[in-house]
Design a binder for this molecule. Structure first.
Ligand code: SF4
Length: 192
């Protein structure tokens, strides 16, 4: 991917931020796009949002080494703007391939950009419509995503950067989501 020029984001990047973690992860976390720190270091989630993610993962009871972390696009958008639809589309085959090869049982999408990257149609309305407590058709509270013969559960929640902007609201809203993940991880470990 280091030589990828499939979208305009290739022009301003310092490093392609590919992703990191286990090769057989139970959980894959997908964020939005690399920021300045990630672009410099080539590692996902190393800035303030990364510190927040680390503390969330600690609550869940997993380490970064046990899971896999990547982003919806691998290159930093100029001035940290949101990735455009065509850029998400250009990087989607790589995300699909990572899911296909790594076979995580659970994919966690952080924020609207990550959610959009996995949808065929534009995401309209509030992100909260995808939260487990608001899923009407999925009685067990999990969405699903299939690619290359592999099906993963999907959980959608706020991006850690939202915790930095609105800590109380983010905490109140997402605590049930992360508690759900924590319990699921515990049950999966018992089943092994
Ligand atoms: S964001 Fe993805 S598709 Fe675009 S240049 Fe970077 S690696 Fe290629």
């Amino acid at each position: 991917m280091e030589g990828c020029g499939s979208c305009d984001l290739c022009h301003d990047r310092t490093k392609v931020v590919f992703g990191e973690g286990a090769t057989n992860p139970l959980v894959m976390v997908v964020g939005e796009a690399p920021g300045e720190d990630e672009d410099t270091q080539g590692i996902p989630f190393v800035g303030k949002a990364g510190e927040k993610l680390n503390s969330i993962l600690e609550y869940v009871g997993v380490t970064r080494e046990e899971i896999y972390i990547t982003n919806s696009v691998l290159c930093r958008p100029p001035n940290n703007r949101n990735p455009r639809a065509e850029e998400l589309e250009a990087c989607k085959w790589r995300l699909d391939l990572q899911i296909q090869l790594l076979k995580p049982k659970l994919v966690i999408l952080l924020g609207k950009i990550a959610t959009q990257s996995m949808q065929e149609q534009p995401v309209k309305g509030a992100l909260s419509q995808f939260f487990p407590e608001n899923l009407k058709e999925q009685k067990d509270g999990w969405l699903r995503y299939s690619v290359g013969g592999h099906e993963a559960k999907v959980l959608i929640t706020y991006h850690p950067s939202y915790h930095l902007r609105s800590p109380e609201r983010a905490y109140r809203t997402t605590l049930p989501h992360w508690t759900r993940v924590k319990k699921w991880v515990e049950s999966e470990r018992q089943a092994i």
